[in-house]
Design a protein around this ligand. Structure first.
Ligand code: ME8
Length: 515
C-alpha cells in the first residue's frame, strides 16, 4: 500500500463571504487530492475556517454582533462553496470547535514544557488585516505618509503584556529546513524566506490580552493565543491531536497562497520542532488570482462570487479553466471571456464533440453494442500509445510535481490526437466500404475516450463521471490501474448497450455585458 496522503488548504477567515481566491485554492487542493485517490493512495483532505483573532472580533463589532455569530454565518458560506464546487474534503474544520481548542492548548503546553515560552511585554507594529507582527524595518510608507505592512495593509502600534515564543532558538534548524529541496515550493519563494531568517529572527509574541476572542492560554488568566498559533494547529486537530494521530502526520502537503508562506515555513515548523512533532513534507505557495489583471476589492466594485461563476458557466468549466489557465505557483487572471473560450474550445469542441461523435455513431450504427476490436492498424497502435503515455506517464508526473497546468496540457494533446485520428480514419466512410475496420476504429476511440475521461476526472469530476456512466465503465475500473490495458474486452463481450449520448459541455454564451 502506497503512503497515505494528507493534504490541507489554508483555513479561511470567515469575516466575509468567500472570493475567487478561496475557490481557486480549494479547487486546486481538490484536484491534487482526487489525483492521489485515482492513483490508489489513501487520502485525507482538510479545509475549513480560521475564526479567532482581532480581525474577526473587529468585523463583528462593526456589524454589532458577536464574533461567534459572524463566524457561524460566514463559515456556512465557505462550506457551501466547497460543496457546490465538488471539493471532496474529509473534514471541514472550524477553529471554534472544542476539539480544536483542546489541540491548541496541548501544543501550547508542549512548547511550554520545552522551555520555549516566556512572559514579557510586547511593543511593536501589528497589522490586523494580516494578523501579523512586523518589524519597523519591514514597513513601507503609504501615499499619505502612513505606515504600511509589506502587504500594503495598515499597521497599529501595540503595547501589551504577552507570552513570547523562542523563535530565535530555531534559526539554524529553520535555515537548514528552508534550504532542503522540496520543502518549500515553488523554489522561487525560497530566497525570500531564507533572507528573512538570515537577517536574524526575533522571538514571537504569541498571546494577546486586549481582547478575548480566541483560545485561552492554559493557566494564564486574561491571555488568548495569537490567532496564528491556534490557526496553524488546525492541521493537527483534524487528525486527533493530542491523541494518537495515526499514520497521516506529517502532512504530505500544505497548500496555501503566497502571502502566508512565512507563517507556514518559519513559524509553523518552529512550533512543531518545539513540540517535538515531525515537520510537514511540503508547503506549496500558489499565486494570486486576479480579475482581468486587477486585485478584487469593494472599492473597485469587481468582487466576484465564485458561486455565480459556477452557476453561469458550470462547475466543471470553472474548475477546468482555473487549472488550465494558470501556471500553478504563478499569479493568474480570469475573465468571463477567457472562461467561455477555454470551455467552448477545449472541453466542448475538442473533448465533448469527440465523445459525442463517437458514442452517437455507435448508438446509431451498431445499435449501441460495443464494437469488437478486429486486428490493429499502425494508426490504432499509435493512438493507443499516445493516450497511454499521457495517462500513465505525462499526466501523473505533472500532477505529482504539482504542475497542474501541464497535466491538463498533456491530456489535451492526447484529445487532439484522438480528433486527428477520427478525421483521418473517417468511420462514416468506412461504414459503407469496410464495416469491420469501422468497428476497430470505434473500439479504439471508445477505449481512448474512457481512459481520457478517467485521467481528467480530478479536474472535471462530474462531467467525467457522467461520461463514464454513458460509456458503461464500471466504478471499480475508474482509476489509473483499472483502465490500464485490456479492460475493454470483457465490457465489449457483455450485453451493455450505449444509449444516444446527451451533451456533456453545453455551449456557453458570453454574458451580455462582456460580449
Ligand atoms: O490567510 N488568489 O485566510 P484568508 C488566490 N486565515 N489565493 C488567495 C487570494 C487570491 N486573490 N486571496 C487569498 C488566511 N488567497 C488565514 C490562513 S492557515 C492556518 C490560516 C488565499 O481567508 C490565501 O493566500 O485571508 C490563503 O491561502 C487563503 O486564500 C485564505 O486566505
Amino acid at each position: 500500500m502506497a503512503d497515505p496522503f494528507y493534504i490541507t488548504t489554508a483555513i479561511s477567515y470567515p469575516n466575509g463571504r468567500p472570493h475567487i481566491g478561496h475557490a481557486y485554492e480549494a479547487i486546486a487542493a481538490d484536484v491534487i487530492a482526487r489525483f492521489q485517490r485515482l492513483r490508489g493512495r489513501r487520502v485525507r483532505f482538510q479545509t475549513g475556517t480560521d475564526e479567532h483573532g482581532l480581525k474577526m472580533a473587529r468585523k463583528a463589532e462593526e456589524q454589532g454582533r458577536t464574533p461567534a455569530d459572524l463566524a457561524d454565518e460566514m463559515s456556512g458560506y465557505f462550506q457551501q462553496m466547497c460543496d457546490a464546487l465538488d471539493v471532496s474534503y474529509d473534514r471541514f474544520i472550524r477553529t471554534s470547535e472544542p476539539d480544536h481548542h483542546r489541540a491548541s492548548q496541548a501544543i501550547w503546553q508542549a512548547m511550554e514544557a520545552a522551555g520555549d515560552l516566556y512572559l514579557d511585554r510586547y511593543e511593536g507594529w501589528y497589522s490586523v488585516r494580516d494578523e501579523a507582527y512586523y518589524d519597523e524595518s519591514e514597513l513601507a510608507e503609504g501615499e499619505g505618509g502612513e505606515k504600511l505592512s509589506p502587504q500594503g495593509t495598515p499597521v497599529e502600534w501595540t503595547v501589551e503584556e504577552s507570552w513570547f515564543f523562542r523563535l530565535s532558538k530555531y534559526q539554524d534548524q529553520l535555515l537548514k529546513l528552508l534550504r532542503s529541496p522540496g520543502f518549500l515550493e515553488p523554489a522561487s519563494r525560497r530566497n525570500e524566506m531564507i533572507a528573512f531568517v538570515e537577517q536574524g529572527l526575533r522571538d514571537l509574541s504569541v498571546s494577546r490580552t486586549s481582547f478575548d476572542w480566541g483560545v485561552k492560554v492554559p493557566g494564564s488568566e486574561g491571555h488568548v493565543m495569537y490567532v496564528w498559533v491556534d490557526a496553524l494547529t488546525n492541521y493537527l486537530t483534524g487528525l486527533g491531536y493530542p491523541d494518537e494521530m495515526g499514520d497521516l502526520w506529517p502532512a504530505s502537503l500544505h497548500l496555501i497562497g503566497k502571502d502566508i508562506v512565512r507563517f507556514h515555513t518559519i513559524y509553523w515548523p518552529a512550533f512543531l520542532m518545539s513540540a517535538k512533532l515531525p515537520l510537514p513534507q511540503k508547503v506549496f505557495g500558489h499565486g494570486f488570482l486576479l480579475n482581468r489583471g486587477q486585485k478584487e476589492s469593494k472599492s473597485l466594485g469587481n468582487v466576484t462570487d465564485p458561486l455565480d461563476l459556477a452557476e453561469r458557466f458550470g462547475v466543471d468549466a470553472l474548475r477546468y479553466f482555473l487549472i488550465r489557465e494558470v501556471a500553478f505557483g504563478q499569479d493568474g487572471s480570469y475573465s468571463p471571456e477567457a472562461i467561455v473560450q477555454r470551455a467552448n474550445g477545449e472541453l466542448g469542441n475538442a473533448f465533448g464533440n469527440l465523445a459525442q461523435r463517437t458514442l452517437g455513431f455507435i448508438a446509431k450504427n451498431l445499435d449501441g453494442a460495443l464494437p469488437a476490436i478486429r486486428g490493429h492498424a499502425a494508426a490504432d497502435t499509435e493512438l493507443f500509445e499516445t493516450v497511454e503515455r499521457a495517462i500513465t506517464t505525462d499526466m501523473p508526473q505533472a500532477f505529482e510535481a504539482l504542475a497542474l497546468q501541464q497535466a491538463v496540457e498533456a491530456w489535451l494533446q492526447a484529445v487532439f490526437a484522438c480528433n486527428a485520428y477520427i478525421d483521418a480514419q473517417a468511420p462514416w466512410t468506412l461504414r459503407k466500404t469496410d464495416p469491420e475496420r469501422m468497428e476497430t476504429v470505434l473500439a479504439t476511440l471508445y477505449t481512448c475516450i474512457a481512459q481520457l475521461a478517467v485521467a481528467i476526472s480530478p479536474v472535471i469530476p462530474a462531467s467525467s463521471a457522467k461520461l463514464l456512466d454513458m460509456l458503461g465503465v464500471p466504478a471499480d475500473l475508474r482509476n489509473l490501474q483499472g483502465i490500464r490495458s485490456h479492460w475493454y474486452s470483457p465490457l465489449a463481450e457483455s450485453d451493455f448497450r450505449l444509449s444516444a449520448p446527451t451533451p456533456l459541455f453545453p455551449r456557453l454564451e458570453l454574458p451580455a455585458e462582456a460580449a
